[in-house]
Design a protein around this ligand. Structure first.
Ligand code: SF4
Ligand code: SF4
Length: 415
């Protein structure tokens, strides 16, 4: 679709990023059917096509206002629309550019900027978040039930095997995951160790950049990306095969490092190398599913009702990274019976900081998702992103676990 970018904006990085993407959209509307927010409200402006119209108008020179902000803020960046779009519109990159330009052309109020900064800083700084979570756990009995439901139980991580294999992979430690569920990375290390791969923690890595990125702190996001690239590059040069992602939300971000840093002369090449060698844990383990299954003692293989699980594939995995069927293949090989359910392509409403910033929409999506998942009467709900895990767990007593924790329990007898 023809998009005459306003002359005053043509040289901005946002317009350069957006122009071709805007042109690719033919406004067919196929994406409306798979957009979670449009499914909830039925409002065209809460759909990908409606948001593209709003951004197109802004790039063509129209002054943006509250209406544009309201509907862009309500977008989950789940990228379900990218999976559906027959024209290959890179909506995720477009909405990034649109939000960035909007921040400059129609700045938020100081109060709103403060709120976003608080959310960002309390989540993205590992020690700050861990302290807040510890306080939340200590005060949990005194909290209102709605608030207490969002505070996950502490679970021990268990041991981390020594680095002893020739095959080595790096792991992103992340920001919230080590505090929310430290057992996820440790379980990944134990399972990989059993199939001859050592998972290595590299000092200096931290938040993948997604949290600052999605709360409007572009510079903070780039700084986080550069820190990870600097931390991982030496080990990658020395033979580590890949950077393994155990949180799909982080994986979607790290795969985009090459794009975000494409104009950074000092980092572009290394960013491309990191993105190229980023693999979701499920991609690595699906290649070894039969080996893993053969290592499980027969007495530990799931039986009867305990074998029924509902696996929720996070948007950041199925849409953001276009990785599908891998964790499912490992779980099935291990003896779990995955229950089919409706609307598996729709977001659960977690979406990083969205569950805090857009409470109403997020809760509606959680209720809808849990309705489908619990309808299968699972013994456990599995997922591949700690955000989805904690978000869904706040609405049900059925255990919600990262899928690797289930595999580790079968192999190594822990949970
Ligand atoms: S984003 Fe794709 S599916 Fe949606 S209206 Fe544009 S071309 Fe059609
Ligand atoms: S990213 Fe998700 S919420 Fe946003 S427009 Fe696309 S499908 Fe809708």
């Amino acid at each position: 679709m023809h998009t005459p970018i306003a002359a005053a904006l043509a040289a901005t990085p946002e317009a350069r990023a957006a122009e071709d993407i805007l042109r690719a959209c033919v406004h067919c509307g196929f994406c409306l059917a798979t957009c979670p927010t449009y499914q909830l409200t039925g409002n065209e402006l809460d759909s990908p096509r409606g948001r593209i119209y709003l951004m197109k108008a802004m790039f063509e020179g129209e002054d943006p206002g509250e209406r544009t902000r309201y509907h862009l803020d309500r977008c989950l960046t789940c990228r379900s629309c990218e999976s559906t779009c027959p024209s290959g519109v890179r909506y995720g990159r477009l909405v990034d550019a649109g939000r960035s330009l909007l921040e400059r052309r129609f700045p938020r109020s100081p109060g709103e900027r403060l709120r976003l900064g608080l959310v960002r800083n309390s989540l993205a700084h590992r020690s700050l978040f861990a302290a807040a979570l510890a306080a939340g756990r200590a005060l949990k009995p005194l909290l209102p039930s709605a608030l207490a439901a969002g505070v996950p139980e502490a679970r021990p991580a268990g041991g981390w095997p020594p680095v002893r294999h020739a095959r080595r992979m790096l792991v992103l430690e992340g920001c919230v995951q080590p505090a929310l569920d430290p057992g996820i990375n440790a379980a990944a290390a134990r399972v990989l160790d059993r199939i001859g791969i050592s998972l290595v923690r590299v000092p200096g890595g931290g938040c993948c950049g997604a949290l600052p990125h999605h709360t409007g702190d572009h510079d903070g996001a780039l700084a986080a990306m550069r820190a990870n690239i600097a931390a991982w590059s030496p080990a990658l040069r020395q033979g580590a095969e890949a950077v393994v992602m155990t949180a799909s939300g982080c994986g979607a971000e790290v795969r985009e490092y090459a794009y975000h840093l494409r104009d950074d002369a000092a980092y572009a090449e290394r960013a491309a190398g990191v993105s190229e060698r980023t693999r979701d844990l499920s991609e690595v383990l699906a290649e070894h599913a039969d080996t893993i299954a053969a290592l499980i003692p027969p007495a530990r293989r799931p039986q009867g009702a305990a074998a029924r699980i509902a696996y929720h594939p996070p948007c950041s995995l199925q849409h953001g990274q276009q990785v599908r069927g891998k964790a499912e293949a490992v779980l099935t090989a291990c003896g779990y019976e995955l229950q089919p359910f409706a609307e598996g392509h729709l977001c659960c409403g977690s979406a990083g900081s969205y569950s805090i910033l857009q409470k109403e929409m997020s809760t509606a999506l959680k209720v809808r998702k849990l309705g489908h998942l619990l309808g299968t009467q699972p013994a456990v709900i599995a997922s591949a992103n700690v955000g989805c895990q904690v978000h869904l767990q706040s609405g049900t007593a059925v255990p919600v676990r990262h899928w690797i924790v289930l595999v580790d329990a079968l192999l190594n007898g822990k949970d």
